[in-house]
Write a protein that binds this ligand. Structure first.
Ligand code: HEC
Ligand code: HEC
Ligand code: HEC
Ligand code: HEC
Ligand code: HEC
Ligand code: HEC
Length: 351
């Protein structure tokens, strides 16, 4: 920069601000006073580094956010049809509203602290399931989706029956388990051969999918079929909830729609064209219908509902399994084909 243009610049800056003026003067002295020596030898090339931002920008950009949001609004989680009705109740909020879930993550309980529950419950948002990254060193520590809670779950069904059964995927699937687990165990009938159903909502409650996948919690009626041990099916070990329900997005399925997608079966079942692999869903539906017919003739089930009253223990246990698999699980066998077939065959034979 020659002296003339520098003066012109200072004049210009003078009219505007002082800091700019100072900077230009310092710049002038730097260029004017430092004398260059001879150029040193070329150093060795450094190892190729990773651009720190590139890995972050895979997820943190506006188009990714918009695409994820668009999928999310298809999800029942975003719609939250039952939030207004049950999202505020002390016993229900932990799984039915954003505020209830967060509170119970902090207090470690199954209910909100206050008997009044939550005054203004809201549907789930991104930050119901996500919070902080545990690591930003993905290269060494593996991917981190900033999942709010990836701890294992001591299943409610076990605790309410006075025991303990920890389901731990060791990854993001543990998040789904917090809410998609059975709540109410089959009645403990002791040595009695009859039982009185007093409630109108008999059964494990909605969303027992984690127990089904794990293979634990249905009534294991003794019969010709043997039950596989819990946690042994490849769907539990290698697919997990996210493996079938998230993954690649297609036709309003997969990804953050949380709807199961046939696309997700293909990495393992390359020939998959529907969920009805090897007729599992057809076979399960036939068995469920046969059990329902039997239960209807006993009178414990009418028009798809379990009816309160006093019944033989076999009918009560069969009704529990039927309600779980026909009304609540709804994968028609896919969640755990071997376990579900064993439960259904032995249940039908017991009636
Ligand atoms: C905070 C509790 C919670 C978590 C965590 C959660 N869900 Fe849900 N999920 C629900 C509730 C409650 C509903 C029903 C919402 C409604 O209708 O109001 C639901 C609905 C669904 C549905 C739709 C069911 C239907 O009838 O269409 C699917 C599928 C599902 N969840 C899968 C998952 C998967 C997979 C995960 C883990 C990635 C997960 N959920 C995590 C509570 C949860
Ligand atoms: C441990 C978590 C959990 C708790 C606690 C819980 N729910 Fe749910 N509930 C769910 C899940 C998950 C679903 C969605 C299941 C699905 O679509 O398969 C659901 C679904 C429902 C539905 C919709 C059923 C339908 O037919 O679509 C109602 C109604 C409901 N729950 C009522 C309640 C009430 C009332 C309470 C409290 C007494 C309660 N829930 C407590 C997890 C829970
Ligand atoms: C019901 C829980 C739940 C909600 C709500 C949710 N996420 Fe996720 N999200 C997950 C889980 C679980 C994973 C990990 C998926 C896996 O392991 O494959 C994930 C993964 C991601 C990822 C990384 C994987 C990918 O898709 O590339 C991004 C980004 C993301 N979520 C953004 C969002 C945004 C934005 C929202 C709100 C619009 C949102 N999430 C809402 C459960 C949730
Ligand atoms: C695989 C997808 C993914 C990658 C890669 C990723 N993030 Fe995230 N990040 C998320 C999700 C999902 C959330 C939670 C939802 C939200 O806050 O939008 C999040 C939240 C955050 C937050 C707010 C919460 C917190 O942890 O403080 C920061 C800051 C953040 N990310 C920084 C980074 C940085 C820095 C990198 C790169 C080193 C990075 N992220 C890479 C998915 C990702
Ligand atoms: C092997 C694949 C697979 C795994 C693993 C899996 N699901 Fe499913 N799930 C399915 C299929 C297939 C259906 C039936 C979907 C349909 O008919 O649209 C289903 C149905 C459901 C439904 C009822 C949805 C509806 O639209 O009626 C919920 C809720 C659900 N699964 C949640 C879960 C949760 C939570 C986990 C983990 C504990 C899980 N699933 C693991 C494949 C899987
Ligand atoms: C991570 C891999 C994986 C994924 C994803 C997966 N499965 Fe499977 N599945 C298996 C394995 C392994 C078996 C056991 C096969 C055997 O015993 O020969 C199996 C067995 C089955 C069976 C019992 C019949 C048979 O072939 O043995 C059905 C039905 C089934 N899967 C359906 C599905 C459906 C539907 C999906 C997608 C919604 C799916 N699976 C996704 C790995 C997977």
């Amino acid at each position: 920069m020659d002296i003339k243009s520098l003066k012109r610049m200072i004049r210009m800056l003078n009219r505007n601000n002082f800091i700019g003026k100072g900077v230009v003067i310092v710049l002038f002295f730097m260029t004017a006073c430092i004398k260059e020596g001879p150029i040193g030898p070329v150093g060795p090339a450094g190892t190729d580094g990773v651009d720190g931002n590139v890995v972050c920008l895979e997820c943190h950009n506006l188009s990714k956010k918009a695409a994820t949001e668009a999928n999310y609004y298809i999800s029942q989680h975003a719609k939250g049809d039952y939030v207004d009705i049950v999202g505020g109740l002390q016993e229900c909020a932990m799984c039915h509203s954003h505020e209830g879930f967060l509170e119970t993550r902090w207090n470690g309980a199954d209910t909100t602290n206050s008997a009044e529950g939550i005054a203004y419950p809201g549907a789930f948002t991104c930050v119901t399931c996500h919070d902080f990254h545990a690591t930003l060193d993905f290269e060494n520590d593996g991917p981190d989706y900033a999942i709010r809670d990836q701890s294992g779950t001591d299943l409610m069904l076990a605790r309410r029956a006075g025991g303990s059964e920890v389901l731990d995927f060791g990854n993001a699937n543990n998040l789904c388990v917090k809410c998609h687990q059975a709540r109410i165990p089959a009645p403990d009938v002791g040595s009695s051969d009859s039982f009185t159903i007093a409630v109108t909502n008999f059964g494990p409650h909605h969303g027992p999918q984690a127990n089904t996948l794990y293979g634990w919690g249905l009534v294991e009626i003794v019969g010709s079929e043997s039950y596989p041990r819990e946690g042994t099916h490849p769907h539990y070990q290698f697919a997990g909830c996210t493996g079938c329900h998230m993954g690649g997005v297609m036709n309003d399925r997969g990804g953050h729609t949380f709807n199961a997608s046939v696309n997700n079966c293909k990495p393992c079942h390359t020939d998959a064209t529907s969920f009805n692999r090897k007729n599992i869903q057809t076979d399960v539906k036939v068995l469920l219908d046969q059990i329902e017919d039997e239960l209807e003739s006993i009178g414990i089930v009418q028009a798809g509902q379990v009816i309160s009253g006093t019944y033989a223990v076999e009918a009560v246990m069969a009704a529990y399994n039927w309600k779980w698999l026909a009304k609540e699980d709804r994968s028609l066998g896919v969640h755990n084909p071997d376990y579900i077939m064993a439960v259904l065959k032995n249940t039908l034979a017991s009636l």
